[in-house]
Design a protein. Structure first.
Length: 237
């Protein structure tokens, strides 16, 4: 695992202080370096495993299979923006966009180590990637990317109480921390008020609902079968 279990917890600080310091201090220029988890709590629900049975918790491979397509979708979204000609972003914004894109690729690569042996690496979630438009001015694009970062950060944060492995939960918290910072930087670039970007509690309303990869495959297969049955019936009539 890429996470050091011996790392002591950082001193407590408010989420607002954490995000503002990171965003305004330019700490994200080296995106991909694990961010401290302090300041992420409290969020929209307590992180607690009380009453949860091991069989009900998410194993590493399923978390990876769920999250990797989302991270790769973010990579594609940034590439769409960066490839726009003529360029809409200035040099500084482009540098941040490349750093944030690199972070998402690094997360996907790290999570791939949690997949079951021999499993294929999932592809990008095209629906998520398609939500980002490369049209409009720099502020509009920054706002769109900020919404994506907010959603991904909330997704990793919301899944933490469901993870079976405590070290993987720490990894999810670190990912959420970095992506929350990235959302703050982009939100400021879009002209969003600082207060709106740094609520007292980390929200999870924008989180993408967890679905185990196996469940998603089963749903797709069932849908295909039903469609085929309908077609057969129509032809028979």
């Amino acid at each position: 695992m890429p996470i050091d279990q011996s790392t002591p917890p950082a001193a407590g600080t408010s989420r607002r202080t954490f995000l503002v310091r990171s965003a305004l201090g330019g700490a994200l220029a080296a995106a991909g370096v694990a961010a401290p988890t302090a300041g992420l709590l409290p969020f929209g629900g307590p992180i607690s495993f009380a009453g949860a049975q091991d069989d009900d918790l998410i194993i590493d491979a399923d978390y990876a299979g769920f999250a990797i397509p989302l991270e790769l979708a973010a990579v594609q979204a940034y590439e769409k923006v960066l490839a726009t000609t003529p360029a809409v972003l200035d040099d500084d914004a482009t540098a941040y966009a490349r750093a944030f894109q690199s972070h998402h690729q690094s997360v996907a690569t790290t999570l791939a180590t949690l997949l079951a042996e021999g499993a294929d690496t999932p592809s990008a979630d095209e629906d998520v990637a398609a939500q980002i438009s490369a049209t409009g001015d720099a502020a509009a694009i920054a706002g769109s990317l900020a919404s994506l970062e907010d959603s991904l950060a909330a997704t990793h944060l919301a899944v933490i109480p469901q993870l079976r492995d405590a070290i993987t939960a720490k990894l999810a918290a670190q990912i959420a921390g970095i992506e929350s910072q990235q959302a703050t930087v982009l939100g400021l670039a879009a002209g969003t008020a600082l207060e709106a970007l740094t609520p007292a509690e980390a929200p999870t309303e924008a989180a993408i609902e967890y679905a185990a990869p196996a469940e998603a495959d089963a749903t797709d297969e069932a849908t295909t079968t039903e469609a085929g049955a309908d077609t057969t019936t129509t032809e028979a009539n």
